[in-house]
Design a protein around this ligand. Sequence first.
Ligand code: PLP
Length: 224
Amino acid sequence: MSSPKPVFESVQRHLLNVAAAAGRPPPRLLAVSKTRPTSAIMALAACGQRAFGENYVREGALKAIELAPLGLEWHLIGHLQSNKCREAAEHFDWLQSLDRHRLIEPLNHYRTPQRSPMNVLVQINVDGEASKSGCTPDEALPLARAVAAAPNLRLRGVMGIGAPYPDFEHRRASFRRLRELFEAMQEEFPDVDTLSMGMSEDFELAIAEGATMVRIGSSLFGPR
Ligand SMILES: *Cc1c(COP(=O)(O)O)cnc(C)c1O
């Protein structure tokens, strides 16, 4: 496999340029490695990338175990089933897809206090899309309060997925709503610092609306 370094550097440069043009601080890059072999993750880690995102608990857990010596940071970004909370709490550093109360108690239970707390984002489905998980905007603050009250979890912010509207104004409006919900959460919890939104197709708009983390797969690793 050829080195991903030129692609990685061009994505990094592009993130910096887009953020500068929007007058925003550059966002953190989460490399979405679902379906990619560990060899591809190792190659990107060799370029300096630390944070990787996976959609499936088992797939991500196996990769995290195999690559443990590299000290990478693992984010679960896919829908979490209740019966997978233990495996998620044991192997992931972040859960970006917390979308219902039922997950909080088991996650807190299985994240033993010997470990650092699990970082948690509340996933919000701002457009009410039936195909996506995520809580409603009204549910976000009550969920955030419950996460903040769990000693082995650490509330970090909001995650959202942009709706694939054909026009930019509509898409941008979804990201704006996510930012407003993030800011409302920050008012109550000043430590909240992460607004995760934007993927390969739409990260420019997300950065313009204040994303602090973008989740990028295909632009880094090629088409799935
Ligand atoms: C797959 C996925 C991504 C990355 O998508 P790309 O289009 O490959 O950049 C980001 N976020 C979530 C929640 C995903 O499922």
